[in-house]
Design a protein around this ligand. Structure first.
Ligand code: AVJ
Length: 322
């Protein structure tokens, strides 16, 4: 039998590799200490995140999927036909499938991912399911403007799809920078469909980030396991605990690793002292209100032109354009 060749090729924009040692040293040298949440997603971290999305307390993914299932016909009408879909990050592909099924004649699909292997794997899966959509995967850092490959068939517009409330893991300054880069990427006639988690009863939010089965705690602590393996640090996994608190005044979940005792951690030949009870910030997850979100978009030169929430106003999709 003839070998099956892929009908697509990767555009590799060679994103600058992560400086995991430098970032860790910088975070541990800061006061208060911090570590970047982008390092959560090694193979085990991605697996644990998938498990989080199936926990009964973690409403985020479930509610967004329901919202997409219910409202995508309308959303697709608003967006119009013949779009080039550009997705930031690639998850399980469930949301992508729903979007591509709902849109009228999507002409091309571009997943943008910093991980070469992840973007190749998710493109291969979707290419089989959508043989009529041109696959134009790009390996790049989506926090910077991404020069897009040109589809064979002209698109009416570029639609950036950024679901999952991943935007919420950025500070306001970081989110504005990312949205401004997104505006560059989509171009003057482009649009973006962005998923955002909304402000709600703090007990619901805190339960989602402190699930009873302890999956989120394992996800948080896996960051230390990863650092120990990849950069040879000596974090004691029994020396820290996960803590996630909804700082409602700041509109965000703040996740810390709390040192259970006074201890010393070594990284790349340097020693870092932790006091008992000292906390190290490892993630924020913003829960937005309408006005502040619109203000954030405006700072990036984007307008919120439409929006859809689930019936309880727990999660929202926002359509943005320059
Ligand atoms: C990656 C944005 C969907 O902030 O809710 C889940 C990551 N962290 N539980 C979120 C996460 C802890 C998550 N998102």
């Amino acid at each position: 039998t003839a070998p099956v060749l892929p009908s697509w090729r990767l555009t590799d924009l060679r994103p600058t590799p992560d400086d995991i040692v430098g970032d860790t040293l910088a975070g541990l040298s800061a006061t208060p200490k911090r570590l970047p949440s982008k390092y959560f997603y090694d193979a085990r971290g991605s697996q644990l995140f998938e498990r989080i999305t199936r926990q009964p307390e973690y409403y985020v993914t479930r509610v967004e999927l329901e919202l997409l299932e219910q409202r995508l016909p309308e959303i697709a009408q608003t967006i119009g036909a013949d779009v080039h879909v550009v997705e930031y990050g690639s998850g399980s592909g469930r949301k992508t499938r729903l979007l591509l099924d709902a849109l009228t004649r999507p002409v091309a699909y571009t997943p943008v991912e910093i991980s070469r292997t992840t973007v190749i794997e998710s493109t291969a899966r979707l290419a089989e399911e959508f043989p009529r959509i041109e696959m134009l995967p790009v390996c790049a850092d989506f926090t910077k403007p991404v020069p897009l490959p040109e589809p064979l068939h002209d698109a009416q517009r570029t639609l950036v799809f950024f679901p999952g409330s991943t935007l919420g893991n950025f500070s306001d300054e970081g989110a504005v920078e990312l949205l401004a880069a997104m505006r560059e990427t989509m171009g003057p006639n482009g649009q973006a469909l962005v998923g955002i988690d909304l402000d709600k009863d703090p007990s619901l939010v805190e339960a989602a980030y402190n699930d009873a089965a302890g999956v989120t705690a394992a996800f948080t602590l896996n960051l230390l396991t990863r650092l120990n393996r990849e950069i040879g640090s000596d974090f004691d996994l029994d020396g820290f605990r996960h803590r996630a608190v909804y700082a409602r005044d700041r509109g965000r979940i703040e996740t810390d690793l709390v040192s259970l005792r006074a201890q010393t951690v070594h990284v790349a030949g340097r020693a870092f002292e932790f006091e008992a009870d000292e906390s190290m910030r490892v993630e924020i997850s913003c829960k937005y209100e309408d006005a502040p979100f619109a203000e954030l978009a405006a700072r990036a030169g984007l307008r919120v032109i439409d929006g859809w929430n689930d019936s309880r106003n727990w999660f929202g999709l926002r359509l943005l354009q320059p």
